[in-house]
Design a protein around this ligand. Structure first.
Ligand code: GRF
Length: 199
C-alpha cells in the first residue's frame, strides 16, 4: 500500500520538523512520507531543515498575502502535491474553519502542554510555559491532537508528561518539554495516524 503523503506547516525553527524527518530517515514512519514543507515566512529555518532532507518546500509569506489568500494558495499547493495529511509543527497562525473543513480529520497539531489545560487563543510558545509556572502546576507535558475549528480542542491522540522543576524558567521548561516530550511523541502519533488512515 502506498504511504500517506504528509505536508508539514511551520513558522519558525522547526525542531519538531527535524525530529519527524530524522524519524522518517530512520524508517520509523513506515506508513507515511513527508512530501512537502510549507512555511509562512521566508526566514523560517524549517526551510533549511527540509532542504537538507531533500523535501520540497513552499513559502507563503505572511507579509505578502492576506490570510484568505494565503490559505487559498496553501490549499492549491497541498492539492498539487496530493497531500493527504497536514501536520502543524510550530505553525503560528490559527487556520480558518473552511481550511479545517477542507482537511477534516486530516490536520494534526502538537501543543506544548497537557490539554485541555493551558490551551486556546494566545497560548503558544513561551506564553504556555509562563502560564504553567505561574499557576504552580507540578506536571506539564505535550499533546498531539486532531485540529478542529475550535483552537486546541480536537480529539487527543497522544500525550507525554514532564515534571516541572522548582528552578525552571519558561525557557528551561520549554526546552525540556520539547526534548522529553514533543520530539518523542509527534512522529509516533503521526505514524499511528497514517496507519489508521490507510485502513
Ligand atoms: C513547539 O513548542 C510546539 O509545541 C508549538 O510550537 C513550538 C514549535 O517549535 N506548537 P519548533 O518550530 O518545532 O522548534
Amino acid at each position: 500500500m502506498s504511504k500517506i503523503r504528509i505536508a508539514v506547516l511551520c513558522s519558525g525553527g522547526g525542531t519538531n520538523l527535524q525530529a519527524i524527518l530524522e524519524a522518517q530517515a530512520a524508517g520509523k514512519i513506515p506508513h507515511g512520507e513527508v512530501v512537502l514543507v510549507i512555511a509562512d515566512s521566508k526566514e523560517a529555518y524549517s526551510l533549511e531543515r527540509a532542504k537538507t532532507f531533500g523535501v520540497e518546500t513552499a513559502v507563503f509569506d505572511k507579509r505578502e498575502f492576506s490570510r484568505a489568500e494565503r490559505e487559498r494558495e496553501m490549499l492549491a499547493c497541498l492539492k498539487a502535491h496530493r497531500a493527504e495529511l497536514v501536520v502543524l509543527a510550530g505553525f503560528l497562525t490559527v487556520l480558518s474553519p473552511s481550511f479545517v473543513e477542507a482537511y477534516k480529520n486530516r490536520i494534526l497539531n502538537i501543543h506544548p502542554a497537557l490539554l485541555p489545560s493551558f490551551g486556546g487563543e494566545g497560548m503558544y510558545g513561551l506564553h504556555v510555559h509562563e502560564a504553567v509556572l505561574s499557576r504552580g502546576v507540578k506536571v506539564t507535558g505535550a499533546t498531539v491532537h486532531i485540529v478542529t475549528e475550535e483552537c486546541d480542542n480536537g480529539p487527543i491522540l497522544a500525550q507525554r508528561a514532564v515534571r516541572v522543576r522548582k528552578d525552571d524558567t519558561p525557557r528551561s521548561l520549554q526546552q525540556r518539554v520539547m526534548r522529553e516530550a514533543e520530539w518523542k511523541i509527534y512522529y509516533r502519533a503521526i505514524e499511528a495516524y497514517c496507519k489508521t488512515l490507510q485502513k
